[in-house]
Design a protein around this ligand. Structure first.
Ligand SMILES: [Zn+2]
Length: 200
């Protein structure tokens, strides 16, 4: 091609044009693909922006960093309230969480659960079960949890000299109804005295 410049009547401009044409031909399909990907990414980003990823919305405010508090572990269906933390966005507590009871009301903000498809499949919940420390008690509790297809994250248990057992369970819960079903079934196990959601 370079040899032809100024020899067979092809001007340098024409040669450049041909080169450019070839480059354009090569780039066209790639460009289209890229713009498709970009468009998809944009759609995804827009969708993500609306959802906080934890299934909770701050009413009337977008793009706030929202997280679930670790103290009271709210699950969908719980009454919830947002607490504006210093520099860390909004932490979501259960309405009756003692940790926010004495906080400045100006720092509380309305939040709400998003639709089911925006919620997570699993929310961590801590339960404390007390009962009479007899043989097989822990096994029966774990069996009941298993029967409800609920994942267990952690189990600890202790008992005192009066044969009073305290078992702490961390389980993954979908919503309040799911939690109620499990708590109900554990309460029906003989020698179980109390089942409570723990708040740290
Ligand atoms: Zn809390």
């Amino acid at each position: 091609m370079y040899a032809a410049v100024g020899y067979q009547g092809i001007t340098a401009q024409q040669a450049t044009n041909r080169l450019t044409e070839k480059l354009i031909e090569k780039e066209k399909p790639v460009d289209l693909e890229n713009s498709l990907i970009e468009a998809q990414q944009e759609v995804e980003t827009k969708t993500k922006k609306k959802s906080t990823g934890i299934g909770v919305n701050v009413k009337g405010v977008d793009n706030l960093m929202v997280r679930l508090s670790k103290c009271c572990n709210p699950v969908p269906g719980d009454e919830i309230i947002g607490f504006i933390t210093k520099g860390r966005g909004v932490s979501v507590h259960r309405d009756d969480c003692p940790n926010i009871k004495n906080e400045d009301e100006a720092r509380l903000i309305d939040v709400e659960w998003e639709g089911v498809n925006r919620q997570r499949k699993n929310y961590s919940v801590d339960l404390e079960i007390s009962g009479f420390d007899r043989n097989g008690l822990l096994n029966e509790i774990l069996q009941v949890v298993n029967e409800t297809n609920t994942d267990i994250v952690a189990v600890t248990g202790k008992s005192d000299k009066n044969k009073m057992a305290v078992i702490n369970l961390t389980i993954l819960i979908q919503n309040v109804d799911h939690l109620r079903r499990i708590v109900d079934r554990i309460k029906h196990i003989s020698d179980v005295f109390t089942v409570q959601r723990t708040i740290q």
